[in-house]
Design a protein around this ligand. Structure first.
Ligand code: HAM
Length: 423
């Protein structure tokens, strides 16, 4: 039986790798402008980290984690997200000890056992930032700005920032009480998960995907009605800072996000053209997570962005039309005796930084030209016996068939000049 990739996973084939490289380079570049430094954490962690960090009553912890027991009887989990691991590392290595703010970014695979569909996978990739050490609303505005500016740099259009505040534990407590008294009479009509969550964490009900639960919670009062004055002030300052840099947003009072670590600001960036799985980015503030993971009280704020969904959006918007990994030159040797000379010439091109392909086998001119054409090489350099004896080679421009005879000692410079002129 043929073995295939597990459901919800996929291979990144050579034809697609270039897009990933391009995206990864842009992410590193833009995060660099804002002073974020890379951190790499393991792909698996102690299960307890996610139970404690993300929250026992969340969909991710209840239903979606890849958890296994290793041969030492330890419960481990493939990371479903990057925030809890970064916080764990921040605490473990006392990155707070230098004082001030710490800005970290990460990029890599995450794992969630969700039902696969367009834009939703079981192994997917995220990049994200986490900013520690300040309660300033400017930090909230900055992480939203980093995301939006990065998307702008990528050339993405049609995105919308949705934003909400879910308050601090004090004002959220009041809201949870209000939700509880409103939804308890409807308990029997809620889905099984929501019935269980109602008493433990009623705000989770606003996040339920079940259509009946959505209906029942449709006209509950918005969390923003319950914000205390300091949370309200925080929200207002975050919004005015975004206004100041021209970043648009829509206030979305139902947005609560599927993690228990959030406090105050939560946000998502959606692409209206993506269908059901339309969030390309999600994030928010988490002022108690560092403490919950054993560190000193340290506020934090960050976001993560799904790379597959971004690449899908970019493809839909035609951003990859001009992408090519075509060689600049393709080397053709027409005689077995010239194969080694051809190899040496190709190596010389590559040493000069010219991307060069070849067949590595002597075939007919027609077959080798076909190979060059398939790879979309710009120029072909042909070593024929008679020309080689005269110290010459032929250079052909594939686009129009124009051909030159060039001294073999000068061919590298000749090609470089042609490529330079093409630029
Ligand atoms: P999240 O909203 O769960 O947040 O994920 C962020 C992004 O990852 C989503 O907006 C989506 O683009 C992508 N994503 C999530 N699940 C999948 C999936 N199954 N398949 C494909 N893409 C997916 C977090 O993970 C938080 N840690 C974000 C954060 C960072 N909050 C504060 N700091």
């Amino acid at each position: 039986m043929k073995i295939t990739a597990p459901r919800g996973t996929f291979d990144i084939l050579p034809g697609d790798a270039l897009r990933w490289h391009w995206l990864e380079a842009a992410v590193r570049r833009v995060f660099g402008y804002y002073g974020y430094q890379e951190i790499r954490t393991p792909v698996f962690e102690h299960t307890e980290l996610f139970q404690r960090g993300i929250g026992e009553t969340t969909d991710i912890v209840e239903k979606e984690m890849y958890t296994f027991t290793d041969k030492g009887e330890r419960s481990l989990t493939l990371r479903p997200e990057g925030t809890a691991p970064v916080v764990r590392s921040y605490v473990e290595h006392k990155l707070y000890s230098k004082g001030g703010i710490t800005k970290l970014f990460y990029m890599g695979p995450m794992f969630r056992q969700e039902r696969p569909q367009a834009g939703r996978f079981r192994q997917f990739h995220q990049f994200g930032v986490e900013l520690f050490g300040t309660e300033s609303p400017l930090a909230d505005a900055e992480v939203i700005t980093v995301a939006v500016e990065l998307y702008k740099e990528l050339g993405l259009t049609g995105l919308e920032v949705l934003l909400n505040s879910i308050g601090c534990p004090a004002c959220r407590g009041e809201y949870q009480k209000a939700l509880l008294s409103r939804l308890t009479p409807l308990k029997e009509e809620l889905c099984a998960s929501c019935q269980q969550r109602l008493h433990k964490n009623p705000m989770r009900l606003l996040d339920c995907k079940n259509p009946r639960c959505r209906e029942l919670t449709e006209d509950v009062p918005p969390v923003t009605d319950y914000l205390c004055s300091s949370c309200r002030g925080h929200l207002e300052q975050t919004l005015s800072s975004l206004d100041g840099v021209g970043i648009g947003y829509r206030l979305e009072p139902r947005l609560v996000r599927g993690f228990d670590y959030y406090t105050r600001t939560v946000f998502e960036v959606i692409n209206t053209g993506l269908g059901a799985q339309n969030a390309v980015c999600g994030g928010g503030r988490y002022d108690h997570l560092v403490e919950e993971c054993g560190g000193p009280p340290t506020p934090g704020v960050g976001f993560a962005s799904g790379m597959e969904r971004l690449l899908l959006t970019l493809e839909q918007q035609g951003k990859f039309a001009g992408f090519s990994s075509a060689p600049q030159v393709f080397l053709i040797a027409l005689d077995e005796k010239l194969a080694a000379d051809g190899f040496a010439l190709a190596t010389g091109f590559r040493r000069e930084g010219i991307a060069t392909g070849s067949c590595l086998e002597v075939k007919s001119l027609k077959a080798q030209l076909r190979a060059a054409d398939k790879l979309q090489a710009e120029f072909v350099v042909i070593l024929g016996e008679d020309e080689w004896k005269d110290g010459q080679v032929s250079v052909r421009r594939m686009a129009d068939g124009k051909q030159w005879r060039v001294d073999r000692e000068e061919v590298r410079q000749f090609i470089k000049d042609l490529l330079g002129r093409e630029l």
